[in-house]
Design a protein around this ligand. Structure first.
Ligand code: B12
Length: 230
């Protein structure tokens, strides 16, 4: 007898593999915004958003630039997310369903700095968090100290609802950003300044990738105690 393909069928293996957040987004009106062909997204109507946490211990070493420990952590988070997404799609494929796992951190348009789709937009639609002043998806449970992956599926599961902006008047990320790329509104994010700073960091010995982590580290939601001592 084939298993019931419900939310639990997708969520439970992901949680066993290390995921901490899971949500469903309706993508029927979003597909034209994806950098995917109509053939690739045919029949796909929902997106599963999954998050893994970043360790506050690793983040605590970040002050004004990324650390080597954070670089390794970031890569492992991406590997784990890609594995979770691949396994989810593999289980669905085996049952004759259609599923498209989207890489956690792959660029497909280098001039516009875009991936196949925005994992943040999907996570926010699924109700996992809000767009913070740091331009990241901030979750209630782990702040922005999570990384996301998305799997597009053909199953009409019930979708989540967006959550309210809850940064309040906090501007710790704005003050901490080493690029001066953040402002009072999430839409104030300056991609040019952020990207230039990350390019500078990528040239530091052993880094080699576009990472930073300062806005994640500065967020009080990222630190369970709420204390930020940098
Ligand atoms: C390319 C890329 C970058 C580029 C450019 C980023 C960019 N274009 O915004 C660079 C190298 C600069 C970069 C930097 C960083 N990145 Co990056 N990056 C990506 C990547 C691979 C693609 C992003 C993309 O396609 N953006 C396209 C634009 C159009 O989408 P968008 O920015 O999400 O926003 C649009 C919609 O969401 C919509 N929208 C929806 N809701 C809302 C709400 C509001 C209020 C607003 C204003 C807009 C809005 O409007 C926006 C404009 O059209 C993603 C992975 C992925 N595929 O999603 C990771 C990703 C966004 N990066 C991530 C991270 C963590 C970082 C860094 C902290 C670096 C690091 N790892 O240390 C910084 C933070 C920058 C910042 N504060 O925003 C995480 C974010 C996790 C989170 N909790 O939100 C992601 C999702 C990777 C992952 N797998 O988790 N990144």
């Amino acid at each position: 007898m084939s298993p019931v393909v419900d939310e639990a069928f997708l969520r439970e293996p992901a949680f066993r593999d290390g995921a901490v957040l899971f949500g469903i987004a309706d993508i029927t009106d979003l597909k034209s915004r994806f950098l995917l062909s109509a053939a690739e997204t045919e029949g796909l109507i929902r997106a599963v958003s999954v998050a893994v946490p970043l360790s506050p211990a690793v983040l605590s070493g970040i002050f004004d630039r990324p650390t080597l420990l954070y670089k390794w952590h970031y890569q492992q988070a991406n590997n784990l997310l890609d594995r979770i997404a691949f396994r989810m799609a593999a289980r669905l494929t085996a049952l004759g369903r259609r599923a498209l796992p989207i890489p956690a951190s792959q660029m497909v348009d280098w001039s516009a700095n875009r991936g196949h789709l925005s994992h943040r937009m999907i996570a926010e639609r699924a109700g996992l968090g809000w767009r913070g002043r740091n331009n990241l998806t901030v979750t209630k449970q782990f702040g922005p100290a999570v990384r996301f992956v998305t799997v597009l599926i053909d199953i009409p599961l019930e979708a989540g609802r967006p959550v309210e902006f809850s940064c309040g008047s906090c501007d710790l990320c704005v003050r901490a950003c080493p690029a001066g790329a953040l402002g009072p509104e999430p839409g104030d994010y300056r991609l040019d300044l952020c990207h230039a700073k990350l390019t500078e960091f990528s040239r530091e010995r052993g880094i080699g990738v576009h990472i930073c982590g300062v806005c994640i580290r500065a967020c009080p939601f990222s630190v369970p105690s709420g204390a930020v001592d940098s």
